[in-house]
Design a protein around this ligand. Structure first.
Ligand code: UFG
Length: 325
């Protein structure tokens, strides 16, 4: 099977490409390398440098490579940044996704996996969050992914495109060769590990007055390899129809608990300071993933926060400067 992976040079995309290559799939990565890294692309995948804003470039890659399916990771993905630049988030994520979907319809490619997000749920009514939770995005980022889910639902109805929308909770951890390298970094676990590496003096905790057990935000961290495996399982199930899944381990950890876990893993004291809330952050997000477990027999291999942080720590130690530019 041949799969086109947009954003395959980014964090989640590159690990999914690696896992796809391990299954024997033929993989073409389409990435503009604005946020991704050439070195993150598995050597057995073909990298096409191109931009989803450029409809002709998409037509070209689909016409020449003729993939059986597309996995779409390329997107802006930061909740906080989207609160500062809402039009850019909604504009870029929706326009680029729409370009891709339209071009796929024209080229007769009918299988699509969307990187969706827990940010669809804003402040949820029920925790853990299952697929029936009402959708009220908490940020322009979440809104952009909701719009793409709606576009896909119509593309299925009108054109018969089969899709899976995978709503990730907090992707974290690393494989042996691939991990998290953003510039600038904004995510909690890599930032905490930068303190342990001596690259930062302390981590700032964004708010300690949330209605949670210790006042800091609670998130459900999911290992990147478990996420990648979910994509592969979802692709295999598309012939039976389109579907949406919430993807997490079902257990929430507060910011302070993540820092404490990183202290245990690294043996470093990791000083922290208390800061202001970050706009757009919901208090608590944890997933009810029983649906994908039951329907696709998805079973996380690395459900423990300790193991997730440990894998990230091993990657950051092996690649202290991240990917070479
Ligand atoms: N946080 C801090 N200090 C920091 C960085 C983060 O306290 O320096 C806190 C945040 O406020 C949040 C938690 O750590 O409560 C996790 O923050 P991240 O930035 O690591 O991740 P987010 O929860 O904001 O977002 C991530 C992805 C989104 C996805 C979301 C789904 O980046 O794309 O998970 O839950 F939508």
């Amino acid at each position: 099977m041949k799969i086109l992976v947009t954003g395959g040079a980014g964090y989640i995309g590159s690990v999914t490409v690696e896992q796809l290559v391990h299954t024997g799939a033929e993989v073409v990565v389409f990435d503009n390398l604005s946020l991704g890294h050439r070195a993150a692309v598995h050597p057995d995948a073909t990298l096409v440098v191109g931009d989803l804003a450029d409809r002709a470039a998409i037509d070209d890659v689909l016409a020449t490579t003729k993939p059986d399916a597309v996995m779409h990771f390329a997107a802006r993905s930061q909740v906080g940044e989207s609160m500062r630049e809402p039009f850019r988030y909604i504009g870029d994520n929706v326009t680029c996704g729409l370009n891709l979907i339209e071009s796929m319809v024209e080229h007769g490619i009918g299988r699509f996996i969307l990187s969706s997000t827990a940010a669809l749920f804003g402040e949820p009514q029920t925790i853990p969050i299952d697929e029936n939770e009402r959708i009220v995005p908490g940020s322009p980022y979440g809104e952009s992914k909701h719009m793409l889910e709606r576009i896909l639902a119509w593309t299925d109805k009108v054109h018969g495109m089969r899709y899976a929308a995978l709503r990730y909770f907090n992707a974290a951890g690393a494989s042996e060769q691939r991990g998290e390298h953003h510039d600038p970094e904004t995510h909690l676990i890599p930032l905490v590990l930068q303190v342990a590496q001596g690259k930062r003096e302390a981590i700032t905790v964004f708010g300690d007055d949330y209605p949670t057990r210790d006042g800091t935000c609670i998130r459900d961290y999911i290992h990147i390899i478990d996420l990648a495996q979910a994509h592969i399982l979802a692709l295999g199930a598309l012939d039976e129809g389109s579907r949406v899944y919430n993807l997490g381990n079902g257990e929430g950890f507060s910011v302070m608990e993540v820092i404490e876990t990183a202290r245990t893993v690294t043996g470093h004291p990791i000083p922290h300071t208390m800061g202001e809330r970050r706009p757009g952050d919901p208090a608590a997000l944890t997933a009810d993933s029983r649906k994908i477990r039951a329907e696709l027999q998805w079973t996380p291999r690395f459900p423990k926060l300790h193991d997730i942080v440990d894998s990230a720590w091993r990657w950051h130690q092996a690649f202290p400067s991240g990917y070479p530019e």
